[in-house]
Design a protein around this ligand. Structure first.
Ligand code: GLA
Length: 336
């Protein structure tokens, strides 16, 4: 038997920057997905504790997006990218909430790729699983989720440069805690304007060149007001990631919190928030012990993430879950 475990991820700052090769600061969390399999046969057959129907995927699957039941598409995406020569039979268990913005699908895919024997380094497994997710969901996601899940380090935030795929380890100071509070709105990137935002950024880049290297001066020269706002979010968000890392290194937690809170950029310039999320962010910001809060991941619902004083019992006032920065994917042979 082979058992692989992969974490979920939460992003502290740097959203909608990965697919223009920008900067992000996620961490792998202590909730995740376990895939336990025996390698045998000519299909990948998995039962999940959260799904009524099992996933049965032939090794020569061509169109992961057409597979039923829908959760099996994520399995099919990995099989289509990895092309294992032997099948597998086993189980999937998870303690990650689905559709909460904690990357439950990437967690499943990275665990499965490792369980089926993929042994490339973290950027390689992340790239494989990014393609697998794109094929499964039909959404052109970036690489942040898969790379955070593959490269997680116990106790650390991951300062990722999505251009070079270099991951710098930034230990979370012991006097800080990361808390996630669910907005109550489930989301799915397939039903949000994620693909539109990505296309808008690509159109801007055709006009002014890579957003990663664009200045605010150049952004101001963009004539279309919507395109200008989208570009302004990306350029200022990359700068906020750098400033946030510096603030943490210098224990300027109030400054770090303020940088997170500038979520009017995600709300107004990038238009990926919702009133429910905005209200929760405002409620968290007004809570003693919270330095800053913001939507995280794709937006339109899911978890709101808060940077908190580790000594304050923020959960007593607002609920939510305290996430501990976790190691990335692990794999072990349990018998046989
Ligand atoms: C989703 C995508 C990521 C990233 C975030 C926004 O989680 O899967 O690649 O683009 O949205 O930061």
């Amino acid at each position: 038997m082979i058992r692989a475990w992969a974490p979920g991820r939460v992003n502290l700052i740097g959203d909608h920057t990965d697919y223009t090769e920008g900067l992000v600061l996620p961490m792998a969390i202590d909730l995740g997905t376990t895939v336990e399999v025996q390698l045998e046969g000519e299909v990948v057959r998995l039962r999940s504790d959260h799904q009524p129907e099992e996933a049965v995927v032939p090794l020569d699957i061509e169109e992961p997006r057409c597979v039923e039941p829908p959760w099996a598409r994520y399995v099919a995406g990995v099989v289509a990218e990895l092309r294992p020569t032997i099948g597998a039979r086993g189980t999937v268990t998870t303690d990650l909430p689905i559709g909460a913005g904690l990357s439950s699908s990437s967690s499943l895919q990275v665990a499965l790729a490792r369980a089926l024997g993929f042994d490339g380094d973290a950027p390689s497994v992340a790239k494989l699983c990014q393609r697998a997710e794109q094929r499964a969901a039909g959404v052109p996601c970036g690489i942040m989720d898969q790379l955070a899940i593959a490269a997680g380090v116990d106790g650390a935030l991951l300062f990722i440069d999505c251009e070079s795929l270099e991951v710098l380890v930034e230990y979370l100071p012991e006097d800080l805690a990361v808390v996630g509070v669910h907005s109550g709105v489930q989301r799915d990137l397939r039903t949000t304007p994620y693909t539109t935002r990505r296309a808008e950024c690509a159109a801007v880049e055709r006009e002014i060149g890579p957003l990663r290297h664009a200045s605010l001066e150049t952004v101001k020269s963009i004539s279309d007001p919507v395109a200008r706002r989208r570009a302004r979010h990306v350029v200022t968000e990359n700068a906020r990631v750098v400033a946030f890392v510096q603030a943490l290194r210098q224990a300027r937690y109030v400054d770090a919190g303020e940088l997170m809170t500038k979520n009017n950029s995600l709300r107004d310039d990038f238009a990926v928030s919702t009133p429910v999320v905005d209200n929760l962010v405002a409620q968290l910001q007004a809570t003693p012990g919270v330095f800053g809060a913001r939507m995280t991941g794709g937006g339109f619902g899911g978890i709101v993430v808060a940077l908190c004083d580790a000594g304050a019992d923020v959960q007593a006032s607002v609920g939510g879950t305290r996430f501990r920065p976790s190691t990335g994917v692990t794999v072990e042979v349990t018998s046989g």
